[in-house]
Design a protein around this ligand. Structure first.
Ligand code: HAM
Length: 419
């Protein structure tokens, strides 16, 4: 016997018993995308590595440590570095926006996507090498109303999923006018305390100093005394942030300010936010995150175009829902078509087709087992009803497998009788 093959590290199989919870989590995302008037967009699962290097930043973890390279069988050494699986969707969406000259459309453009992302990270609970995100982006709107609108949308997602206690943590990291001043103040402060930083943070101090603030091992005293971006905002960024907060207050959205929330990707400007279950702020526990990226289109060779969006992790949201004991939405009751006549496969199939056409969820037993065995296995499979076909295909017995009652009726009336 040959050796069985296991799934790649950091990936998970979605098993049939997980399907209902995933369907529920994805259906809410699709439905909210529709209700909030977002249009669907799809971009390739792989793109030029340069897109991510320019968009997310050379020094971001996603690019520096976690790029999942892909190449063809004849690729040269150079070509091997050319393509990568997408670690996130925003850069690809803005690439498409620029490439298709979408500036000219009536805007702002509102798009959504639901699909797999890839980060070659160290796998652990809640952190996978392949994971699924629901992403929304509003492109061409400088805000601040839309900032509050997308944060409220994220909140609504978790509420409709059935999660309780979700908080949006909020910050503003300024823009090209005020960020350089903040960055300089932060570097000066941290450089004077280098001996209290981790090796990683000492390195980041040169490449990406804001990220030192989200080092989970940062000395709490150093963290507490660090300059805060909100104290360095220019007038325009301050007014923008104050308005976003006022709008969120008006909507009754639960948020808390977090001065260390700088996010891991370089494209962010002004508003940044992340969603967590209150009190569960571990590294792998962000349920979603996003923010404004007013400079990204330009970084990718397009005209200056503001944007804002978020990505919600479906894997983590499903896990959180299971932890909170949320019941997945009940799927339609299952109907099993069985037959007392061992050979009548054609009749079973035809009856199943008729019932499905009437909108029912049906599986037909294709075995030659005795009727009693067929009914037994229908119950084990979770069927609520059995439709028993006899000699006359127009008349069937509808058996309630929970109540153990049954009655005879025309096949054409089964859907109405169950509905
Ligand atoms: P992000 O914070 O890198 O943002 O990812 C968003 C969410 O994806 C996280 O909060 C988390 O739930 C999930 N996630 C990220 N990495 C993993 C992983 N390795 N395993 C499981 N889940 C993960 C972005 O990707 C931005 N593109 C969001 C955005 C959209 N900003 C503006 N527009």
């Amino acid at each position: 016997m040959s050796r069985p093959i296991s799934a790649p590290r950091g990936t998970r199989d979605l098993l049939p018993e997980d399907g209902a919870a995933w369907n529920h989590a994805e259906a809410i995302a699709r439905d909210l995308s529709h209700r909030y008037a977002f249009d669907r967009i799809e971009t390739p699962l792989f793109e030029r590595t340069e897109l991510f290097a320019r968009g997310l930043g050379e020094a971001s973890d996603a690019v520096e440590k976690e790029m999942f390279r892909v190449s063809g069988p004849t690729a040269s050494e150079e070509e091997r570095a050319e393509w990568a699986l997408r670690p996130e969707p925003t850069a690809g969406i803005i690439r498409a926006f620029v490439e298709h000259g979408m500036y000219v459309r009536p805007g702002p453009l509102r798009v959504w996507m639901l699909g797999p992302m890839f980060r070659y990270d160290r796998p652990q609970a809640g952190r996978y090498r392949q994971f699924t995100q629901w992403d929304v982006e509003v492109i061409g709107d400088p805000g601040p109303m839309v900032d509050a609108e997308v944060i409220e949308l994220g909140h609504r997602y978790f509420a409709e999923l059935g999660l309780t206690d979700v908080v949006a943590y909020l910050n503003s990291i300024g823009d090209a006018t005020c960020r350089p001043g903040y960055r300089a103040a932060l570097v000066e402060y941290l450089a004077a305390r280098q001996d209290r930083l981790t090796d990683d943070s000492r390195r980041r101090l040169r490449t990406n100093p804001l990220r030192v603030l989200d080092d989970k091992d940062l000395d709490p005293e150093v963290a507490a005394g660090a300059p805060r971006s909100v104290d360095h905002l220019c007038d325009a960024c301050r007014a923008h942030f104050d308005t976003v907060r006022g709008l969120l207050d008006g909507l009754g959205v639960r948020y808390e300010l977090d001065h260390r929330l700088v996010r891991g990707l370089d494209y962010y400007t002004r508003t940044t936010f992340e969603f967590f279950v209150a009190g569960r702020r571990g590294q792998q526990q962000a349920l979603g995150g996003g923010g404004r990226y007013d400079g990204l289109a330009e970084l990718l060779g397009g005209r200056p175009t503001p944007g804002i969006g978020f990505g919600i992790g479906i894997d983590r949201s499903v896990l959180a829902a299971a932890e909170q004991g949320v019941e997945a939405a009940v799927e339609a009751p299952l109907v099993a078509v069985v037959s007392s006549e061992a050979g009548e496969l054609g009749l079973r199939l035809a009856a199943a087709a008729t019932l499905r056409a009437a909108g029912l969820r049906v599986r037909a037993d294709g075995s030659t087992r005795k009727l009693g065995k067929q009914l037994e296995s229908a119950a084990k499979l979770g069927a609520r009803w059995a439709v028993i076909i006899g000699d006359d295909p127009g008349t069937v017995i509808l058996r309630d497998l929970d109540e153990h009652t049954q009655r005879e009726l025309p096949l054409s009336e089964v859907a109405a009788a169950i509905g």
